[in-house]
Design a binder for this molecule. Structure first.
Ligand SMILES: Cc1cc2nc3c(=O)[nH]c(=O)nc-3n(C[C@H](O)[C@H](O)[C@H](O)COP(=O)(O)OP(=O)(O)OC[C@H]3O[C@@H](n4cnc5c(N)ncnc54)[C@H](O)[C@@H]3O)c2cc1C
Length: 388
């Protein structure tokens, strides 16, 4: 088969991973990124066993080992007073449910993905895609310029132009919550001996050791994006999480305003009718947040984007583009639909607030044996590299 060409819109985790997968499958790839520099935000990602497996399938096992900090057996779920409800001590069905989790700095992952691209991929930065033409021969528009390819991959994130072109009913919906994230550099961070998640009334806090980078933390609260400056937001977080077990207060206090990132929690609803558009010989695929942005409750968004990328590479390795895209849709749809439902369900439980509901949630969670919890987590990570 002649060398086939793809245009990937967006150089986030999903777009870069898709480019690696397609190059590995023999494609020539051009990546278009609207920002002037290739960069990830200054936070971290938890990669569950499925995300780790996907990166290994891309041939990035050694690169991952060099940047990943293992999280097994250090975390779990706690109350604000610090009482453990669930410990991450069980391995689950595949021996890896919770214990295969790692944390990486997003920038390290970005750089590792770029390094894995090889010569058959090129990246254009400062290239904002302004339109996508569907039909038999898909094309992307960059201002006055039009680029055609055998395949266009829409990996343009949560506010995806590609998604709205394929199905404008698939919209972004606010979850009524806000998330904050930061990495506190090692020299300023308190020592942490564990990690995991702490749940209070309508608020939660997560932290993880990020090795040489320091400590990563994320917090969530009900409400809308705060208009205050970062200094004001840190003050609010200090008040909201006052009295929670350490090192939560210490981590917030050690965070500099310029290190704080704030986001509304949003998700795509309904999912696009299809993640693909197949023409006669070419087509378009959606991937990552562009296809299925979810609330971060399962911590699986980037892991699913990596799964998408590997699956796309497998499906388009040998088959014609339309057949490969149909197979991609068939393989991804059931898992994505299930994960999207679960993430919303879990989000509802985590965001619970009130004098009666929260103690009830605590009692229920305390009643779940660690082994059962690990089994549930194994269901989330239960993904293998598919066959075409
Ligand atoms: C608070 C929070 C915590 C999270 N924690 C985790 C976690 O621990 N583990 C996990 O697996 N997931 C996590 N996620 C989810 C994860 O961040 C996303 O699912 C993942 O980053 C999606 O990657 P992506 O490549 O699809 O999109 P993005 O990373 O958003 O990349 C999209 C890229 O496309 C570019 N772009 C957009 N429009 C255009 C255009 N028109 N032209 C050219 N370029 C364009 C953007 O500049 C960007 O570079 C979290 C999310 C949040 C909000």
């Amino acid at each position: 088969m002649d060398e086939r060409s793809a245009v990937v819109v967006g150089a986030g985790v999903g777009g870069l991973a898709a480019a690696v997968a397609l190059v590995n499958a023999g494609w020539r790839v051009q990546i278009l990124e609207r920002h002037d520099r290739l960069r990830a935000d200054g936070a971290a990602l938890l990669l569950w066993a499925n995300g780790v497996r996907a990166l290994r399938a891309l041939g990035m096992g050694a690169a991952l080992d060099a940047i990943a900090v293992r999280q097994d057996r250090t975390g779990g779920l706690r109350t604000p007073e610090g009482r453990w409800l669930i410990r991450m001590t069980e391995a689950g069905d595949r021996g890896e449910g919770l214990s295969g989790t790692v944390v990486v700095h997003r920038q390290d992952l970005h750089e590792a993905l770029v390094a894995a691209l090889g010569d058959n991929a090129s990246i254009r930065t400062g290239a904002t895609v302004t339109g996508l033409r569907l039909g038999d021969s898909p094309a992307v528009k960059l201002g006055g310029e039009t680029l055609t390819a055998d395949l266009v991959v829409g990996a343009d994130g949560i506010s995806s132009l590609a998604r709205s072109t394929l199905d404008n009913r698939a919209r972004l919906v606010g979850a009524g919550r806000v998330a904050w994230r930061a990495v506190v550099p090692r020299f300023r961070a308190p020592d942490v001996v564990d990690g995991g998640e702490t749940q209070g009334s309508g608020r939660r806090f997560i932290y993880a050791d990020l090795g040489r980078h320091g400590v990563y933390w994320a917090a969530e609260a009900r409400g809308s994006v705060r208009p205050e400056s970062s200094v004001g937001q840190l003050d609010l977080l200090k008040r909201w999480f006052a009295g929670w077990h350490e090192p939560i207060g210490e981590l917030i206090a050690a965070t500099r305003p310029e290190e704080l990132l704030q986001h509304p929690v949003e998700f795509v609803d309904p999912l696009p009718r299809s993640f693909v558009h197949a023409g006669a010989t070419s087509g378009v695929a959606l991937l990552g947040d562009a296809a299925h942005a979810m609330t971060p409750d399962l911590g699986q968004g980037a892991c699913l984007a990596l799964e998408d990328a590997v699956t796309l590479g497998v499906c388009l390795g040998g088959k014609s583009v339309p057949d490969g895209l149909r197979r991609y849709e068939e393989l991804r749809r059931p898992r994505i639909a299930r994960m999207s439902r679960m993430s919303r369900g879990v989000g509802g439980v985590f965001a619970a607030q009130g004098k009666f509901v929260v103690p009830l949630r605590t009692a229920l969670l305390r009643g779940i044996p660690d082994k059962t919890f690990a089994k549930g987590a194994s269901a989330l990570t239960d993904w293998d590299v598919p066959t075409a």
